[in-house]
Write a protein that binds this ligand. Structure first.
Ligand code: UD1
Length: 364
């Protein structure tokens, strides 16, 4: 039996661990799996709803670290994860993505000499002001097995001097989850519940510190969204960080009172996919949505100066945008949607990435 300890902490982790745990469970008697939730995200809408919708078994341990400064949160995760790791003594710790929980648990395992496998390894924005970039660099430097979604990721790792035998390209596990749940998501008709027409609304998600933590940038975003809502309805589920900043800077009222603006609480996985699938276009600073829209062939504008997922631009429907060019970029995106531009999907984004991960673990 290969003992595997999976780690999740924040919203974007849940859709990545679900297919991996399922793929390992499909080899009866070969894997003994446990799941640790660090509790980095703890609200129902940021955590439990994903366990329910994606049919993830309840975590064996919840470290309940909650929010804090980067150092505080990372340190708490490390302190609370260490005894759990020692207790289970796994052959592998499996971490996903690039959140603080990913890096913190990797550090603990590496120090105890436990092998780490990193799912979604090798992505780089080359922007160290982004907390996730630090998490990616540390995690990949320490992990023993780097499971990558695409060739650009392999290339980044090789450039950092990582030996090729640590790198295995398996494809994108998020797309496994998307393939499995797309029909279920469509059947929920989330746009109808929100009172918007299919292909006649913009789906917006914004939560990056670089966009929402400064008064100037957030207020420019609010002006821009209000302007956009005059043309097409805007559906905007508001992340807790963003809501807090809107309140802090006194901007929430202006946004809420704008006709055409549908500010809602954070949505679960199925409704997020349903919204992305039916939108005229998506405006986001999330990593996952850049990939999901590429698979769905829905135009996506990413409000960031860079992306760690360049394949979504070179082979997908994503474009970078700025507040200065947003209006023109949106018009172009909506035209792209109307022309039903067809693009090929990146290689190995085929719904079987987690099966390949199981095979790699069995081989080792
Ligand atoms: C984290 C990840 C980010 C990911 C995002 C998705 C890091 C460094 N960042 O950012 O990569 O894209 O999750 O959501 O790991 N809060 C709540 N309820 C919750 C969770 C958070 O109210 O359940 C609020 C708290 O005020 C907290 C703030 O959101 O201080 C930020 O949470 P945190 O986990 O530190 O980072 P995110 O911005 O969510």
């Amino acid at each position: 039996m290969i003992k595997v300890l999976h780690v999740v902490g924040a919203r974007p982790n849940f859709m990545k661990v679900a297919p991996v745990m399922r793929a390992l469970a499909a080899h009866p008697g070969r894997f003994l799996q446990r799941l640790v939730h660090t509790g980095q995200h703890y609200e129902e809408a940021m955590s439990q709803v994903f366990f329910d919708e994606l049919e993830i078994a309840p975590p064996d341990e919840n470290l309940e670290v909650g929010s804090g400064s980067h150092a505080g949160q990372t340190a708490q995760i490390m302190i609370r994860f260490e005894p759990v790791l020692k207790g289970f003594a796994p052959d592998w710790v499996m971490v996903v993505g690039d959140v603080n929980s990913t890096m913190a648990c990797t550090l603990v395992a590496a120090k105890l000499g436990v092998r780490v496998a990193h799912v979604e390894a090798g992505l780089r924005s080359f922007d160290r002001t982004m907390p996730e970039e630090i998490n990616r660099l540390v995690t990949d430097a320490l992990a023993d097995l780097l499971l990558t979604p695409s060739s650009d990721a392999d290339e980044n790792l090789r450039r950092e001097g990582i030996s090729p035998d640590r790198i295995r390209q398996v494809g994108n596990v998020m797309i496994d989850t998307l393939c499995r749940n797309l029909e279920k998501a469509r059947a929920r008709l989330v746009h109808r519940r929100l009172g918007v027409e299919p292909r006649r609304f913009i789906y917006v998600t914004l939560h990056r510190p670089s966009n929402v933590d400064g008064r100037e940038s957030l207020s420019a975003i609010v002006d821009c969204l209000r302007d956009m809502a005059k043309g097409l309805p805007v559906v905007f589920p508001v992340h807790p960080r963003t809501r807090q900043r809107l309140v802090d800077f006194g901007l929430l009222g202006a946004l809420e009172s704008q006709p055409g603006m549908k500010l809602i609480v954070p949505v679960g996985y199925l409704d997020s996919i349903g919204l992305a699938d039916q939108a005229s276009c998506v405006l986001t600073d999330s990593g996952g949505l850049q990939e999901e829209t590429t698979f769905l062939q829905v135009p996506c504008l990413t409000l960031r100066p860079n992306t760690e997922r360049p394949i979504t631009i070179s082979q997908g429907s994503n474009r970078l945008t700025t507040l200065g060019t947003l209006r023109a970029d949106l018009e172009a995106a909506i035209r792209r949607r109307e022309s039903r531009e067809q693009l090929p999907c990146p290689p190995l984004w085929d719904g079987r990435s987690a099966e390949r991960i199981a095979d790699v673990l069995l081989e080792r």
